[in-house]
Design a protein around this ligand. Structure first.
Ligand SMILES: Nc1nc2c(c(=O)[nH]1)N[C@H]1C(S)=C(S)[C@@H](COP(=O)(O)OP(=O)(O)OC[C@H]3O[C@@H](n4cnc5c(N)ncnc54)[C@H](O)[C@@H]3O)O[C@H]1N2
Ligand code: MOO
Length: 395
């Protein structure tokens, strides 16, 4: 059997980072910057007030209380300002440009709030409540490095330096295609022998969480021709395809039957539990990667975490490798088949203890839903005593 590491290595050797595109800001969330972002101007671009209050020359309020004339109003966005002469003040709002001559702002709370003249009750130091030009970003400075993932705050600085578009690797477009004649759309009644399709929802959500733009395609039954037709229709909008089911040894294995003859997708047994039957390869003129995951719900999810997630990382241009593990102490004994790496569902507590959950079957959705960690048992270990140190993958 092929090892988990060898299978991941094959996948990462095939999957390539997506080509960078000029993305509008609205499309850029989750993208990976392929350029350095610099600011063409200082930020803030001009000295301005940090508070609603009065722009003053601090020498004029050395003795308080003092009443001074208010010669103008400065709102954020005001232009063509007069300068402040000796003994004068201007009412100024947060973000308003500091008038020439002023060297401090007195918050309105320390005054009587007058509009024609103002009584100021407290002195302030030079520079009080002033935000200086360039104190956030000097002109020409780099604000984001290439390789940065664009999140909400990164979008903020990109827009804040005046850019409308950025060169970035987009989020990979992932199509999830579940197969199985027994599958029924949740919300519809079950007939005899049927189950509700859950894998396509889990896999689509997992792909979204991994930074993809993920779409759920209509499920197909057990007919390889129907599967190929659906796959063909989806390839137009896919940077990667994830299928679920139909890869094992049975009589109706549409994914395997449709893809194996192409010669570009290999179906193999990987030495792991769950998730032993795996298909991976490329299809279509654009050599779109296809991850043909096993149908058992826990198997498909674990396969996603081990193989698809790192591949999506690579497509996004991020450092991509095996799922990260942390060390924990297991509270109960574990068993694992010899020669296979097991990924058992557990609950990791903040103290670093992990408790194996009841219901370790590959079909047991409920235990997976209450797990927050996968306990990894290496290939050469069959018994883990309670209290032993183990590696766990956080979910
Ligand atoms: N004779 C053998 N039988 C099986 C082997 C084997 O080596 N020899 N491998 C077992 C292992 S391990 C796995 S994992 C499964 C993989 O089977 P398939 O990928 O072909 O998946 P299906 O047969 O279509 O389904 C398996 C199981 O999962 C349920 N399922 C499928 N799709 C969904 C879905 N979208 N949502 C919820 N549940 C789903 C399906 O009803 C089956 O119960 O094969 C073993 N058998
Ligand atoms: O190896 Mo299968 O993925 O457990 O049920």
């Amino acid at each position: 059997m092929k090892s988990v590491d060898a299978h991941l290595a094959d996948i990462l050797a095939t999957v390539r980072p997506l080509a960078p595109l000029e993305l509008e800001l609205e499309q850029a969330l989750g993208g990976t910057l392929a350029e350095e972002i610099t600011s063409p101007v200082p930020l803030p671009p001009f000295n301005n007030s940090a508070m609603d209050g009065y722009a003053v020359r601090s020498v004029d309020i050395a003795q308080v209380p003092v009443t001074l004339p208010v010669i103008d109003d400065v709102a954020a966005g005001s232009d063509e300002l007069r300068a402040i002469g000796p003994g004068h003040t201007m009412r100024i709002m947060t973000g308003g440009p500091l008038p020439a001559g002023a060297d401090a702002v007195v918050p309105v709370e320390w005054t009587d709030g007058g509009t024609v003249s103002v009584r100021i009750d407290r002195t302030v130091e030079v520079g009080n409540a002033i935000r200086h030009a360039g104190e956030d970003v000097p002109s020409g400075a780099v604000v984001l490095e290439a390789g940065t993932v664009i999140g909400p705050a990164q979008l903020g600085i990109i827009a804040g330096v005046g850019r409308r578009r950025v060169l970035a690797r987009p989020r990979p477009r992932v199509v999830v295609l579940a197969t199985g004649a027994e599958l029924v759309e949740p919300g519809l009644p079950l007939g005899p022998g049927q189950i509700w399709d859950s894998n396509s929802f889990t896999l689509t959500a997992a792909a979204l969480e991994a930074g993809a733009d993920a779409f759920r395609a209509p499920t197909v039954g057990d007919d390889p021709a129907a599967f190929l037709e659906q796959l063909d229709a989806q390839l137009l909008r896919a940077d990667a395809v994830i299928t679920s089911g139909g890869v094992s040894m049975g009589a109706y294995e549409p994914v395997k039957e449709a893809l194996a003859p192409l010669g570009t997708v290999r179906f193999e047994k990987v030495a792991m539990q769950p998730g032993m039957p795996q298909g991976f390869g490329v299809v279509g003129d654009d050599q779109v990667p296809v991850f043909a995951l096993p149908g058992n719900p826990v198997s498909s999810f674990v396969s996603f975490m081990l193989f698809v997630r790192p591949a999506l990382g690579r497509m996004r241009g991020l450092p991509a490798g095996p799922a990260e593990t942390v060390t924990a102490r297991v509270t109960g004994a574990l068993r694992s088949p010899e020669g296979k790496r097991s990924f058992l569902r557990g609950r990791l507590d903040p103290g670093g203890e992990v408790t194996p959950l009841r219901g370790q079957g590959s079909h047991q959705l409920a235990a997976l839903a209450s797990a927050n960690a996968l306990i990894v048992v290496p290939e050469d270990v069959t018994d883990v005593p309670a209290g032993a140190e183990v590696q766990v993958i956080r979910l």
